[in-house]
Ligand binder design. Sequence first.
Ligand code: AMP
Length: 410
Amino acid sequence: MKILVINTGSSSIKYELFDVDNHKILAGGMAEKIGEESGILTHKRILPNGESSEEVEEGLISDHHEGLNRIVALLVDPVNGVIADKGEISAIGHRVVHGGEAFHSTVIIDDEVIAAVKENISLAPLHNPPNLTGIEVAGSIFPDAQQVAVFDTAFHQTIPMRAFLYAIPYEMYARHKVRRYGFHGTSHAYVSEQAAEYFGRPLGELNLITIHLGNGASMAAIQAGKCVDTTMGMTPLAGLVMGTRSGDVDPALPFFLADNLGMTPKDIDNILNKESGLKGMCGTNDMREVIEKKDEGDEQAEIALEVYSYRIKKYIGAYFAVLESLDGLVFTAGIGENAPYIRELSCKGLNRLGIEIDPERNNRAGNGIREINPPGSEVKVLVIPTNEELKIARETKRVIESKIKARIFT
Ligand code: AMP
């Protein structure tokens, strides 16, 4: 079964085509700067020997419809294509950012689902509208394929009220849906399943802390396989220090910035989301560059790394208390998978909790799942590469094969 996974942004479409029965990725890429003269379409096809070949088309991609049509043309190209006909694609799996409280799992898209995603636009005004565009465009280009929505928020819908409710007037939750939702759910779900496979035990028996450190970053506390807390909140701004986002700050900070620096809500939004985090503290949001700067003796880079890792360590302690016992700690995404220095700093001094890192194992390069705790330690510390697209493809297959109409919670 061939499944096309797409992630539609306001000016981009990321895609990957999977042969899910054979666990193979056939092609992938991205259309960027849609609507601009300087549009770029990067297409990578995976060759039978596992190597890949890339082609890049530059020039105007007028809208998402043209973008997806051009992606399809590359997939079915008579010379370099990976499938003969677009009819071979059985389903399209869409990443949808915010499912609010309506979606606790993956769903086959119908009018009711579209209406519920629209209802959540106020919670994700920058993400849900382009996700809906992707659904509409894919529906018109693939009229015979099933359309499936996989939500970033769904995995966190098991979080109990004591962890998701903000201590503000209850009406804000009851009438306006203000609460913690959490994001990166597809990644947290994927790596926790991978961890269970590594343990050789059912996920339902495991307590895990999963730490997704990409440009965006979040952690999840997983008890008996279910998410019970996460660091991001109503929006992805809360929690850990990120590339350009501040993570947790005093909620009164915006009033200070408005009253003393004359900033508007838009300025404050921009500062906290786009000019803070690593970038705000030391000038770059690229972790490789921050570590390089620190190695060259840059003090601001060094303190930025300390702030970054201290926040992770603090949440490990908090989530240990939430879970009461811990089987595994999982690092994933660009930084989690590739920055031993961050893993080491984040876990330093936690041996009383059974969390230890073996320096040699931590620094050893490798692909795939790696165990970086010393032999015999109480908690397994794992590095697990995330693969959100593969998880979306598998979820898509699961729901179309089960044919069970998922419930929309109202
Ligand atoms: P992601 O959003 O998962 O693609 O992760 C992006 C982040 O991973 C960026 O901050 C990169 O600098 C960081 N990253 C990627 N490779 C490395 C590496 N080898 N060492 C440190 N950070 C890395």
